[in-house]
Ligand binder design. Structure first.
Ligand code: SF4
Length: 287
């Protein structure tokens, strides 16, 4: 591991590309993407495929995670036309794999579960052959809300654990490590036919043993797919990077996680939750 480096190490290279076409199309449909809102370093790769992780229910979040660049505050009312707009944009982009995520909407009675459900159904109507992955908030642990999402039959249900147990209070102060694990337990028990996925960031000051403990907890909660990536500070107001983790350690984590029984593991400095999601899904389903 490499400690407290202010500059990016040589193994982290942020790709650049011309993103106008995808950006313009998303703007014309008034669609937010987590790729832009969260300042994802892989935006150029994904947009050039083209692929994008749609972010529904606005770009203002009721929580304020210290690693995230999405604006906190009071979100606007839900737009009932948004599910159709997302489906139209996905159709126009010719997507075969669609990722839908959202801000956290603790202001809504069901946390936005029915809006997720409507979006999944609109996508299935528009693109019956596409694979649909949802990356959801924890719905405050509401099993009924989870059921609403799962009943719309996404192909992959994703909920990120994000960090190790000890760091929740600073990294995700309004979330709860056990509650997020419970989301996975409930999803796996409710719909064993739907693949589940989770992700973890490293470089926030966690120890190697804490990471291994988190991977074990996630796997024991019934999760099938895992992503592990380097935390990169999206803006000055966010938590600083404590450590740039060597690529070798990502490889070690991958081997460790596969040994725990995960069906697929993507682990590397620039791995992000939605990046190469299609390749991950297809490599498992084709087995
Ligand atoms: S809940 Fe999600 S969108 Fe909201 S601040 Fe946290 S990471 Fe960002």
């Amino acid at each position: 591991m490499l400690r407290l480096t202010m500059r990016l190490p040589e193994w982290i290279k942020i790709p650049a590309a011309d993103l106008h076409q995808t950006k313009n199309l998303l703007r014309s449909h008034r669609i937010n993407t987590v790729c832009e809102e969260a300042r994802c370093p892989n935006k150029a790769i994904c947009f050039s495929k083209p692929t994008a992780a749609f972010m529904i229910m606005g770009n203002c979040c009721t929580r304020n995670c210290a690693f995230c660049s999405v604006s906190p505050g009071t979100p606007e009312a839900l737009d009932p036309a948004e599910p159709e707009r997302v489906a139209e944009a996905a159709l126009e982009l010719g997507l075969r794999y669609v990722v839908v995520t959202s801000v956290t909407r603790d202001d809504l009675p069901d946390g936005g579960a029915s809006h997720f459900s409507s979006t999944i159904r609109a996508l299935k109507n528009a693109l019956p052959d596409a694979v649909i992955e949802v990356l959801t908030p924890d719905f405050c642990g509401d099993a009924k809300a989870l059921e609403t999402v799962l009943n719309a039959c996404p192909d992959v249900f994703n909920h990120n654990i994000e960090t190790v147990k000890r760091l929740y209070a600073t990294v995700r102060p309004q979330a709860d490590y056990q509650r997020s694990l419970e989301v996975h337990r409930v999803a796996a028990a409710m719909r064993p036919d739907i693949k589940t996925k989770s992700g973890l960031m490293v470089g926030l000051g966690e120890t190697a043993d804490e990471v291994r403990e988190a991977l074990t907890d996630i796997r024991n909660a019934g999760c099938d797919f895992l992503t592990v990536g380097q935390y990169l500070r999206p803006a000055k107001i966010n938590l600083p990077v404590v450590e740039y983790i060597n690529p070798e350690f990502f490889e070690e984590l991958k081997a460790y996680a596969l040994g725990l029984g995960f069906e697929f593991v993507a682990s590397g400095p620039l791995v992000r939750s939605s990046m190469n999601a299609e390749e991950m899904y297809n490599s498992v389903i084709a087995l």
